[in-house]
Design a protein around this ligand. Structure first.
Ligand code: COA
Length: 188
């Protein structure tokens, strides 16, 4: 690549929107659409939160996003490890996070300052989703789906379908487990 092209490439504003996206909701997609309009390039990074036990594997979460996000300047990737290391690898200095309500603030503030301490060149910018998504979370969506509720208005069709499959498989698993237990009991 020529030096001129290289510096044009360097000047491009690349932002990273990290999250566990377990699964991505219309609230996340709202932030992606807004960010894609602001930055030259947006990388949506599916990253493990070590404090959470996910329902979907990383590749399932990436599939939901890849199937849904249509913006040309958005790339969906996954990463295992420290967010700042991923940022360095991608030569990106902007983290995008969504702020839904005051309750998000403390956690986000702590993460932004910690990431800055780990990599001083990094800035975190906060975007607010449309007010119609400020109350939803992936946990609530999973709870509704596991209890047989309709989540169509919260998640894209592929996520709705995959939540249904997870529920069917967990029922089958429970049934097989109790049949096995009953057999063990009868043979005792
Ligand atoms: N619409 C709907 N829901 C939203 C939302 C939006 N716009 N923005 C956030 N949420 C919800 C999510 O659904 C999620 O809900 P849940 O807790 O029920 O799952 C919650 O808000 C926050 O999730 P998310 O934005 O995915 O972040 P996270 O807290 O799960 O993960 C990471 C944060 C992945 C960025 C962070 O853990 C990380 O950087 N990990 C890598 C390791 C690292 O570098 N650690 C040091 C960090 S300082």
């Amino acid at each position: 690549m020529s030096n001129e092209l290289k510096s044009a490439e360097d000047r491009k504003k690349t932002a990273v929107y990290p999250g566990s996206f377990d699964p991505a909701t219309y609230g996340h997609l709202d932030i992606i659409t807004r960010s894609a309009k602001i930055f030259d390039k947006l990388i949506v990074a599916v990253i493990s939160n070590p404090n959470k036990k996910p329902l979907f594997s990383i590749s399932e979460r990436v599939k939901i996003l890849k199937d849904t996000v249509k913006e040309k300047n958005v790339e969906i990737l996954s990463f295992d490890g420290l967010l700042v290391n991923f940022m360095k690898k991608k030569n990106a200095k902007i983290i995008v996070r969504g702020l839904r309500a005051v309750s998000d603030f403390e956690y986000e503030f702590q993460m932004a300052l910690t990431n800055r301490k780990l990599h001083p060149e990094i800035e975190t910018v906060f975007l607010t989703p449309s007010e119609k998504w400020t109350y939803i979370s992936s946990t609530l969506v999973k709870e509704i789906a596991s209890l047989g509720g309709n989540v169509r208005c919260f998640v894209p069709p592929i996520a709705e379908q995959m939540l249904k499959t997870k529920k069917r498989n967990s029922h089958r698993g429970h049934r097989e487990h109790s049949e096995k237990k009953n057999k063990e009991f009868i043979t005792l």
